[in-house]
Design a protein around this ligand. Structure first.
Ligand code: NAG
Ligand code: NAG
Length: 502
C-alpha cells in the first residue's frame, strides 16, 4: 500500500498523469480559416476570414495543412475517422449503414478512451446520428449523451441561410450554442478529478455548422460586408471532366429558396451571381459562428485549470464547394471536397505551433490521439481486419510535431461512390500527391465492397502545379502519359505502399 501511494504521488508530482482530451468536430467546414491563409497554400480562401479562436488554437497546435478525408460525406467520413479504418473496410458508404453490423465491431476513438479508464462525454454531432450510429453509438460513452434541439428554428431551417436575431437567440439558443453550453457544464462537472489526475476526461463537442442551413447570429454578417464577397474565379466544370465526377447538389436544392427555381444542378448550370454571393457570405458567417463557440469552450477549459493537461483536437468532417466549378456541397472527389481542417494541440509539445505540409489522412487521427495521450499503441490493421476490434489503417502523425518536414506519406487516398443511370455502381478512387490528383471511376461490387475487374473506367488527372483549382482534366493528354502511368501505379498500389519508409 505504501509503495502504491508513493508511486501514485510520484506520478502526480512529475505531472505524468494522463492527459485529458477535448475533441472538437465541425460539420462541412473546409479549411476556410485564417490559419490556412498564406502564399504557400493555393486555395480560394476569403482573405479576411474572422476565425480568431480556431486560429489561436492552430497557433499552439500541430496544424496539418494537407489532411484529407477518406470520403467527402458525413457518415462515411466520420465512421472512417472514428474507427481509424477506410470506407471499404468500414463498409459505410452512405448515411444508413452502421459499421458494427455491416463490417465488424470496431472500437471507436471515444470508446478506446473509455476502455482506458477515461470519463467520456459526447455533445452534439460526433457520429452521424440515427441508424448510421445506432443513435450516437452508446458503446462509446460513459456519460449521458447531449443532443441539442432545433424545435424553435424549424421554419428558418427551411432556408439555405438565415441571420438569427439576438432577441430570438437569447430566448431560444441555436443548436450549436446549446451544444457549447452543455459541453461547458460537463467541463465544470468533471474538472475536479481530471485536474488531479484521479480520472482523466475525454470531452467531445460536435458542432453542426457550417453545415446547411447556414443559421447564425445576425451580428456575424457585419464581419463580411456584402461588397467584399467575391465570386469564385472558376464557375465552370473542369474541361474534359467525365460526367460521373459531378454531383447535382440536391442537398442545396432541398431548401425552399433554391429548390428548382434555378434548374436541377446540371453541369455548368450554376446559380445566379447574387445567390452565389449570398451563400458564400452566409457560409463564412456560419464558420465564424463555429469559431465563436470553439472560443467559449476553450475559455471554459482554461477557467477550469485544464489547459495545461488537455490535448485539443479539431477537425471538420470534409470540405465544401461554394460555387467553384459551379458546384455546391460535398459529394465529390475534388480537392475542395476532400481537403478539410485538422489540428492537434499537445500540451508541452506543440505550444509554439508547428505547421506541416506533408500528406496526412483522417484515418490517422485515432492512432495519433492514442499516442499523444500515452495510451497503448493502435496496431496497423492486416488486410482482412473484420474480426479485429482495435487496429488502424492510418498512421500516427505525432512524430511530425518534432520534425514536420520529414519524408512522410506519398499521398492521400479518398473515394466516392456513384450510382449510374443504368443502376450500376461505380467507385471513384482518388489519390492526391504533391503535384497531381488522379482519379479512376471503377465498376464496383456493392456486396463485396471491392472493384470489379481491372478496368479503370473514367479517369481524371489534374496538374496541381499548373492548375491548383482543378480546372482542366489532362488525363490521356499529350505530355502526361508517363505521369498518368505513375499516378495509376500509386493509386492501384494503395495506401499501404504510400506509408513512409521507416
Ligand atoms: C461490441 O464490442 C463491445 C465492446 O467490447 C461489446 O460491449 C459489444 O457487446 C460488442 N457487440 C457485439 C455485437 O459483439
Ligand atoms: C462546362 O464549361 C467548360 C468551360 O466553358 C467547358 O470546357 C466544358 O466542356 C463544359 N462542360 C460541359 C459538360 O458542358
Amino acid at each position: 500500500m505504501y509503495y502504491f501511494l508513493l508511486l501514485l504521488s510520484a506520478v502526480l508530482v512529475c505531472g505524468q498523469q494522463r492527459k485529458n482530451v477535448l475533441f472538437f468536430a465541425a460539420d462541412d467546414m473546409r479549411p476556410e480559416l485564417g490559419a490556412y491563409y498564406g502564399a504557400d497554400f493555393p486555395s480560394s480562401i476569403h482573405p479576411d476570414m474572422h476565425t480568431p479562436n480556431i486560429d489561436a488554437l492552430a497557433a499552439k497546435s500541430l496544424l496539418l495543412k494537407r489532411a484529407y478525408v477518406q470520403m467527402a460525406v458525413c457518415s462515411p467520413s466520420r465512421t472512417s475517422l472514428l474507427t481509424g479504418r477506410r470506407p471499404d473496410t468500414t463498409r459505410v458508404h452512405d448515411l444508413q449503414h452502421n459499421w458494427r453490423t455491416v463490417a465488424g465491431n470496431f472500437t471507436t476513438i471515444p470508446q478506446y478512451f473509455k476502455e482506458n479508464g477515461y470519463r467520456v462525454a459526447g455533445h452534439g454531432k460526433i457520429f452521424h446520428p440515427g441508424r448510421a450510429s445506432n443513435n450516437n453509438d452508446p458503446i462509446s460513452w460513459t456519460e449521458p449523451y447531449f443532443l441539442p434541439s432545433n424545435d424553435h428554428w424549424v421554419e428558418e431551417s427551411r432556408h439555405t441561410w438565415w441571420a438569427a436575431s439576438k432577441t430570438k437567440t437569447d430566448q431560444y439558443p441555436l443548436i450549436d450554442q446549446q451544444t457549447a453550453t452543455a459541453a461547458i457544464e460537463t467541463l465544470k462537472k468533471l474538472s475536479a478529478k481530471a485536474k488531479t489526475g484521479e480520472q482523466p476526461i475525454f470531452v467531445a463537442v460536435g458542432f453542426h455548422k457550417p453545415h446547411l442551413p447556414f443559421l447564425f447570429p445576425e451580428e456575424l454578417l457585419k464581419l463580411y460586408p456584402r461588397e467584399s464577397i467575391r465570386l469564385p474565379k472558376n464557375p465552370h466544370a473542369p474541361v474534359n471532366m467525365p460526367e460521373v465526377a459531378w454531383t447535382d447538389f440536391s442537398e442545396l436544392r432541398s431548401y425552399k429558396d433554391i429548390n428548382t427555381q434555378y434548374g436541377f444542378g446540371g453541369i455548368n448550370s450554376t446559380l445566379p451571381d447574387d445567390v452565389v454571393i449570398d451563400l458564400r457570405r452566409a457560409y463564412y458567417a456560419a464558420i465564424s459562428h463555429t469559431d465563436d463557440l470553439v472560443g467559449q469552450v476553450m475559455q471554459a477549459l482554461e477557467d477550469e485549470g485544464l489547459s495545461d493537461s488537455t490535448i485539443v483536437s479539431f477537425w471538420g468532417d470534409h470540405g465544401w464547394q461554394i460555387g467553384e466549378h459551379g458546384e455546391w456541397c460535398k459529394h465529390t472527389n475534388f480537392e475542395i471536397a476532400t481537403h478539410a481542417p485538422m489540428m492537434m494541440h499537445i500540451p508541452g509539445v506543440t505550444n509554439s505551433g508547428v505547421t506541416t505540409e506533408v500528406f496526412t489522412e483522417f484515418v490517422d487521427l485515432f492512432p495519433s490521439l492514442a499516442e499523444a495521450a500515452g495510451l497503448p499503441t493502435i496496431p496497423l490493421c492486416p488486410e482482412d481486419s473484420r474480426s479485429i476490434a482495435t487496429c488502424t489503417e492510418g498512421k500516427s502523425f505525432v512524430a511530425l510535431a518534432s520534425n514536420p518536414t520529414q519524408p512522410w506519406k506519398l499521398g492521400s487516398f479518398s473515394q466516392y461512390p456513384r450510382m449510374l443511370i443504368d443502376g450500376n455502381l461505380v467507385m471513384g478512387y482518388t489519390v492526391r500527391t504533391d503535384k497531381y490528383r488522379y482519379t479512376e471511376w471503377r465498376e464496383y461490387d456493392g456486396l463485396m465492397f471491392t472493384p470489379i475487374g481491372d478496368a479503370s473506367g473514367d479517369v481524371e488527372l489534374y496538374d496541381h502545379v499548373k492548375d491548383p483549382d482543378e480546372n482542366v482534366n489532362v488525363a490521356d493528354k499529350a505530355g502526361y502519359t508517363e505521369i498518368q502511368k505513375d499516378m495509376k501505379r500509386i493509386l492501384r498500389a494503395g495506401w499501404r505502399k504510400a506509408l513512409p519508409v521507416m
